[in-house]
Design a protein around this ligand. Structure first.
Ligand code: ATP
Ligand code: MG
Ligand code: FE
Length: 343
């Protein structure tokens, strides 16, 4: 089964051809980051305009790079939410047009299901699986019963982890998106500031990052007022230590309770070196009978891309879940619970 997939939920326009949900035959990612950087974040209208400029061209490129043509494709997949409505609509319209013109089945995919299924492009997922999904808009612990059944067991009460990186990055004068640079700086510093670790000992799987963000900003402002120069590497290291501590602490507790066969790290923040190292090490130390297999997606598949959408779409294809010409962008889509998907 060969799926042509589209992704345009935020500031990356991407197309891919994926074979059997596991193999990347082609992947094109056109990023718009440069156009948004001077505004310090993604400008929705600018994003839509860029998507529309490149989507036809990169569709042709994805087919060409995979040495395929429309007749070799079995289904067309597209992210229909969550994300920016105008941005999503470009991908959804392109996919619907392609589906109507070719008669190929259409599969609408949840962007977060896609992030989690990036793992499937690396290794075989054994079920039940558990995922820590950390990205620009989401921070969730997700229980995955089978390839299409997802349940959120923990969520952030305020900011997402990636959002917190981007906000403190702005204070340090780092260009959007700041996560990668802060991660690099963190490895050159020490946790000297001991920022708070919110909700770490609470008896649930929820997170909160707004207090950490405020503590960070207050520390910087106070130093400014008294003309004290703080070490940016120590600031980054202290911030990252707090984020990684909370995320890994709750994830390990969830693994002990739910005993999944596979652990998956997903989303843009899954590229974080500190988080990858810490989770791998802590899982390695678990007793053999509850130690899950760990899948950390390739770095280039952590951020937004159409390959992960093609992987997730394959699972829906196998389950016989298709969309029709009424598929519409849903900016506030929440992770599919089978009950809703199968309606
Ligand atoms: P969502 O997927 O929740 O809808 P999104 O698509 O905007 O949101 P992604 O593209 O998945 O988010 O991830 C982007 C986020 O990942 C940004 O906030 C960015 O700063 C962060 N990020 C990227 N690399 C790293 C890293 N090495 N360490 C920490 N954060 C990182
Ligand atoms: Mg992005
Ligand atoms: Fe994303």
């Amino acid at each position: 089964i060969r799926i042509l997939a589209f992704e345009s939920s935020c500031d990356e326009t991407s197309t891919a051809v994926i074979k059997n949900g596991r193999e990347i035959e082609s992947l094109i990612v056109a990023t718009q980051i440069k156009s948004h950087q001077r505004f310090g974040g993604v400008v929705p209208e600018v994003a839509s305009r860029h998507h529309i400029e490149v989507i036809t061209q990169i569709t042709k490129e994805a087919l060409a790079e995979a040495h395929t043509s429309w007749k070799d494709i079995d289904a067309i997949a597209v992210t229909y939410g969550p994300g920016l409505v105008g941005a999503l609509l470009i991908g959804v319209s392109a996919a619907k047009a392609a589906s109507m013109a070719t008669g190929l089945p259409l599969i609408g995919v949840d962007h977060i299901m896609g992030h989690i299924m990036a793992a499937q492009l690396k290794d075989e997922i054994e079920y039940p699986a558990l995922a820590l999904q950390v990205s620009g808009g989401h921070t969730e612990i997700v229980l995955i019963k089978d390839p299409i059944h997802f349940e959120i067991i923990g969520d952030t009460r305020d900011d997402a982890a990636g959002e917190a990186y981007d906000k403190i990055g702005r204070v340090l004068g780092v260009n959007y998106p700041a996560g990668k640079t802060i991660d690099e700086w963190a490895h050159k510093g020490q946790d000297t500031f001991h920022f708070p670790r919110a909700m770490m000992e609470d008896d649930d799987y929820d997170f909160s990052f707004s207090g950490l963000k405020s503590a960070f900003i207050n520390t910087c402002h106070h130093a400014d007022q008294i003309h004290e120069k703080l070490d940016k590497y120590d600031l980054a290291a202290s911030f990252q230590a707090s984020v990684v501590d909370v995320l890994s602490h709750k994830t390990i507790r969830a693994i002990k309770e739910y005993k999944p066969k596979t652990f998956i790290l997903g989303g843009g923040v899954a590229a974080n070196r500190g988080l990858r190292e810490r989770l791998s090490k802590e899982i390695e130390q678990l007793p053999a009978d509850i130690k899950p297999k760990v899948i950390l997606p390739d770095l280039k598949l952590c951020g937004d891309n159409a390959a992960m959408i093609g992987a997730a779409a394959y699972n829906l294809y196998q389950a016989g879940i298709f969309s029709d010409e009424h598929l519409n962008a849903d900016p506030s889509l929440e992770l599919p619970y089978a009950e809703r998907m199968l309606q």
